[in-house]
Design a protein around this ligand. Structure first.
Ligand code: SF4
Ligand code: SF4
Length: 159
């Protein structure tokens, strides 16, 4: 994991509380077609993203949902600071993926090994990483059935 140089006196000053703007859950490591198909399903939904990040020398996959915390105040402070959950207490700006302010070593994109906001981006990554068998092929049979139904319907109308 990359570490960022964070100014000690003005942490988060540039930021509109990105850390309070989504919910992220770690996924089981995907290694079968069904696993990637489920990830595609997540990604077909709006405001869902998936990323890979190296943790302890291994790739960790996460799914995230962009949804603002209801406890966030208009000035981006926490409305329940004294009783904020442990996960909020553990989050440190020095490890923060949002951190791109003065002194940071790199932009947000450097933080992730891969970041997907659409199923198409995931499929492109699978092909790039020589895993084409994990990409769902187009279902030709269904198109044929649909076409034949259309033909039948037209014939019925004519007849
Ligand atoms: S911890 Fe990160 S996301 Fe949260 S306010 Fe600071 S820089 Fe922004
Ligand atoms: S509880 Fe507070 S610190 Fe935690 S996500 Fe909500 S606003 Fe942010």
């Amino acid at each position: 994991m990359k570490s960022f140089k964070v100014p000690t006196n003005q942490k988060c000053f540039h930021c509109t509380a990105g850390c309070c703007s989504d919910v992220v859950i770690e996924l089981d490591y995907p290694d079968e077609f069904e696993d990637f198909d489920n990830i595609r399903w997540y990604l077909y939904h709006n405001n869902v993203f998936v990323y890979i990040e190296e943790e302890d020398g291994e790739d960790a996959w996460h799914v995230g949902f962009k949804t603002l915390c209801g406890a966030l105040n208009e000035d981006y402070s926490c409305g329940v600071y004294a009783k904020r959950p442990e996960i909020c207490r553990e989050h440190s700006p020095k490890d923060c993926s949002e951190y791109t302010g003065p002194g940071a070593e790199g932009p947000r994109s450097d933080y992730y090994d891969a970041y997907f906001s659409t199923a198409e981006e995931l499929d492109a990554w699978l092909i790039e990483n020589e895993l084409p068998e994990m990409v769902r092929p187009e279902d030709e049979k269904k198109e044929v059935v649909f076409e034949s139904r259309v033909v039948k319907k037209k014939k019925k109308i004519k007849g």
